[in-house]
Design a protein around this ligand. Sequence first.
Ligand code: 1PR
Length: 508
Amino acid sequence: SSNANTVTLLDYGAGNVRSVRNAIRHLGVNIRDVRSPEDILSADRLVFPGVGAFGSAMDVLNRTGMADALREYIRRDRPFLGICLGLQLLFDSSEENGPGADSASTTVVSGLGVIPGVVRRFDSSEGLIVPHIGWNALQITKDTQLLQGADGHHVYFVHSYHALPAVQFHPEKSGATGLSIFEKFLSPNSSGAKAPAHRKASKLAKRVIACLDVRSNDNGDLVVTKGDQYDVRNLGKPVELASQYYIDGADEVSFLNITGFRAFPLGDLPMLEVLRCASEKVFVPLTVGGGIRDFTDESGRYYSSLEVASEYFRSGADKISIGSDAVFAAEAYLQTGVKTGKSSLEQISRVYGNQAVVVSIDPRRVYVKSPDEVQFRTVKVSSKGPLGEEYAWYQCTVSGGRDSRPIGAYELAKAVEELGAGEILLNCIDCDGQGGGFDIDLIKMVSDAVTIPVIASSGAGSVEHFSEVFEKTNASAALAAGIFHRKEVPILAVKEHLVDAGVEVRMQ
Ligand code: 1PR
């Protein structure tokens, strides 16, 4: 077992560990997979990645005898890196019940009991946005070799439950800082530590996200395309662009397969290949959306949306994004008041966690003279409509803006939050590709209404539009496509402007 260049990986089979595998390989270290409890005991160094839910992870560990082996390995004081859930499992118990559990229930599930204490859910009634998704600066209070040089650097967190010590964040998704921390665990004698950054009080950083709208061309290749109020034209190669955005400092990269609502996504092998290649080069979170729904193919075989999503996760996605299907699920829920548990949104978030499920909203502005004209939540608009209207509601659409639905963005956001969405990607068809700025009225209305993070999207044309959206709304992130594709505004310029405006962001 004593191959210095090999690390043992505990992949208990319930989630996406492709990001961790890619990061380890990127650092030139080989992976040995745990197949039996003995593999744990004979490990030189062990990484336990943080994916899945507490309850189901403990089930597997207990059933396979790995729980006892892990306790023994840690008792022997062997090198162990528990990432996120891999850390939380060391505690006595957790409030996270795992698949099938009602999030309101307070039953706790027993953990490995190595560290005394309970893993608790963040309380959104205290004004917190939950899940906690994004980049926080490390404040290192105790000297450890592992975190040396990382003080003050931003690393990527994604969790709804928290325990106190150690690597709650994801080094494999924390850019160069994360890779350098990982390297210190994998190869303890390596140098490569960075100079400590200046220490200052840190909040959750606002995220800048680069989005690639992709579609298949006539040869079946995926091309990046960018529209103007959802009319599209072509722009470049997805993997190349995604890795360039990572290098340029994007905090996340999103792929939206904008023709996904037409074709069956598992038939869409190029998209899976794009994800595999991109996730080898992009060490920040990757989101993929388009066409996630239940589907029956020509031969009559039925695929659940969960299978479709699982394939995306296996290929390297950290989050999936649901558009049209979430609108139908929300409409049904609002009509009946019943959560069936069967919608794609509910199924995927139950198995992969809320934090892995984004709902993408594609609304269009509808002006009205008075709020009484419609049953949907309206806003008093900052600039009046063509007939002098002072109010508007935002009507949701499906199929890439083709069909309008009888539900507003506000109502949809509230409903999908209850159904298990972990984040909202809030587009606006009126602003898409216009470069005139984000729809502040819409984004303020929705980000004030929910406790999950809201990503502002559509309309960014200059660096000032980013500071404006963060100053005037509760958005946690801002996404742009056109200005980054056309290289009109570099990502770094956006970040530097935000720093000048007093908005905390991750700088590399
Ligand atoms: O309904 O689950 O199959 O998902 C389809 C997904 O594809 C949705 O997320 C939907 O937003 C997206 N989509 C569908 N058709 C289009 C289109 O353009 N014809 N793109 C489309 C949506 C909006 C953003 C865009 C921002 C920022 N594009 O993704 O990137 O508006 O643009 P900007 O910075 O250039 O203004 P499903």
